[in-house]
Ligand binder design. Structure first.
Ligand code: FES
Ligand code: FES
Length: 233
């Protein structure tokens, strides 16, 4: 047998550890260069074989937004909220929790209030979507929006568009009926207001629903607050 010199091979000990690792590395390198791509999972292959499968490319979408027909293409992963805010300039619809918990992103889809952060844009195909920007005219507030101002129903305003959407949907579905405070409270149950404007919101909605039946809560509070100061200054 020919004599092999070097640290990789020792006549007395056979293959050394270094030699063994070098052999494994070389074998791995050769295998990596010659290896073919693994076959697709059967389900992946099925999707990839379908022409126009949703999710692979932008998908056509048509719907009506604030009275205007829309025709565009969106990726299947796009939420309705992202489409409205980022692509269609409806920034009055707010992003707050992004998980369906606060109602700030609410819009009406076929007159039903929905959290737009929890819907895919493609889910509104063929539907009518109304945002806070579509409640009044292009240059005027709706009666409900005016009532919000009159009743001081907003402070920071982050919940306000959602409150208006829930309340508007209530007014639409209860047209001609007399509403109680509990009706409004139920309607806005999915809208969180960190500033605590709930009583003012209820007053504003009732004032529109019942033709001025709601009290101006802020005025009542101011009148009920006794002065603690005596004398001048
Ligand atoms: S941002 Fe959608 S529910 Fe809060
Ligand atoms: S007005 Fe600030 S969260 Fe409602």
């Amino acid at each position: 047998m020919a004599k092999r010199d070097g640290p990789e091979h020792d006549e007395t000990r056979g293959l050394t550890r270094r030699g063994l690792f070098r052999s494994i590395g070389a074998a791995t390198l050769v295998a990596g260069c010659t290896k073919e791509d693994p076959p697709l999972h059967p389900e992946s292959r099925a999707v990839a074989d379908v022409d126009g499968a949703i999710g692979l490319t932008p998908t056509p979408l048509e719907f009506v937004l604030d009275g205007q027909p829309q025709k565009l293409e969106v990726e299947a992963r796009t939420t309705l909220l992202d489409l409205l805010r980022l692509d269609l300039d409806r920034t009055g619809t707010k992003l707050v929790c992004d998980r369906g918990a606060c109602g700030a992103c609410m819009v009406m889809v076929d007159d039903v209030p929905r959290n737009s952060c929890m819907m895919l844009a493609l889910d509104v195909a063929g539907a009518t979507v109304t945002t806070v920007a579509g409640l009044g005219g292009s240059s005027q507030l709706s009666a409900l929006q005016q009532a919000f101002v009159q009743h001081d129903a907003l402070q920071c305003g982050f919940c306000t568009s959602g409150m208006l959407i829930s309340s508007s949907a209530l007014l639409r579905r209860s047209a001609g009926q007399t509403l109680e405070r509990a009706d409004v409270e139920d309607a806005i149950a999915g809208n969180l207001c960190r500033c605590g404007t709930y009583p003012h919101v209820v007053d504003a909605v009732l004032s529109v629903a019942n033709g001025g039946g709601g009290s101006a809560h802020n005025v009542v509070l101011l009148r009920a607050k006794p002065s603690t100061k005596s004398g001048g200054a």
